[in-house]
Write a protein that binds this ligand. Structure first.
Ligand SMILES: [Zn+2]
Ligand SMILES: [Zn+2]
Length: 302
């Protein structure tokens, strides 16, 4: 059980309904159980499946697919793994200039399917009567690409002591087309013998999360959407550490780690997933326990 005074401090940072909607958190449909509504879906969320074609979210190519989403003829995908820089600046993936040739090659294109009108199969944690305690957990997931878009492939949950309480690989529903290794750090060998499905994960989550649980993450809405979980009490480090230019600019977790947790070593974390969950927990604790001004200034200079 977490310290009640810590829970109380944390609760002050729980996102309001308005902010949750602004950040596209999945919210419960008023009439349909298990269905989520997502407001203000940002660009990468709203590519709705269209007849026979998809747009690659890495290189922009339009390619043909069967009804299942499988590419008719796999085509090599060449792309930059980081966003296009402004003129005069460099790509963060390869250091190339604005017009530089793509630096990465993958065997096929990948897409994101996201049918906002059909967000079903969501777990509503507020209905869970078996977990009622005041507890907080940080979580992180990694995504891979399947024939039907991005799916969650692993999940790590840590408690307020940054101890891993649940970590699992998740077998995607659809055939994998790209392990997204550069970002997920996952490869085919990570999936050897994996049989855990998202349904199994939901069963486990019902033993951990209830209506009073506070969930912590960085851009947690995307983890919750892919995990198909609707949860009311969330603290998001994107909101807790706003970008100096204001919304919609947002700080990356890497930037926050480098700036505020430069000494952090993430003992015992085996995957990037657990490292990022621990980082989110540490960033939140740092904020609610109010570091002195001196430390903040030191970090900014150092
Ligand atoms: Zn590049
Ligand atoms: Zn592509």
């Amino acid at each position: 059980m977490m310290d009640p005074s810590q829970y109380e401090k944390l609760e002050r940072h729980v996102l309001s309904e308005n902010v949750m909607n602004q950040f596209s958190y999945p919210r419960p449909h008023p009439h349909v159980k298990g269905q989520a509504l997502i407001s203000n879906a940002r660009e990468h969320y709203f590519q709705i499946p269209s007849n026979g074609t998809r747009g690659c979210i890495r290189c922009g190519a339009v390619y043909s697919v069967y009804e299942s989403g499988k590419a008719v003829k796999p085509e090599v995908c060449v792309y930059h793994s980081k966003r296009k820089p402004n003129q005069g600046q460099q790509y963060r993936c390869c250091g190339g200039n604005y017009n530089a040739k793509p630096c990465r090659t993958a065997p096929q294109h990948v897409s994101e399917e996201f049918d906002l009108s059909n967000m079903t199969g969501f777990l509503l944690t507020k209905d869970n009567t078996s977990v009622t305690g005041q507890e907080a957990y940080a979580l992180d997931t990694e995504m891979i690409y399947t024939e039907c878009g991005r799916e969650v492939a692993c999940l790590t949950i840590v408690n307020t002591k940054c101890e891993v309480v649940y970590e699992t690989m998740i077998l995607p529903e659809n055939p994998i087309v790209d392990y997204n290794t550069e970002f997920s750090k996952l490869t085919s060998s990570d999936f050897a013998g994996v049989t855990t499905t998202l349904k199994d994960v939901h069963k486990k989550l019902l033993t951990l999360w209830g209506p009073n649980t506070i969930l912590i993450g960085h851009g947690l809405e995307s983890d919750l959407i892919k995990l198909k979980v609707i949860h009311d009490k969330v603290v998001d480090t994107l909101v807790l550490y706003p970008h100096k230019r204001g919304f919609p600019f947002m700080n990356s977790l890497q930037y926050l780690k480098d700036t505020y947790l430069p000494q952090c070593t993430y003992e015992g974390s085996s995957k990037k997933c657990s490292e990022d969950a621990i980082a989110a927990m540490k960033l939140v604790k740092r904020k609610i326990n109010g570091p002195s001004r001196k430390i903040v200034q030191y970090n900014l200079i150092g």
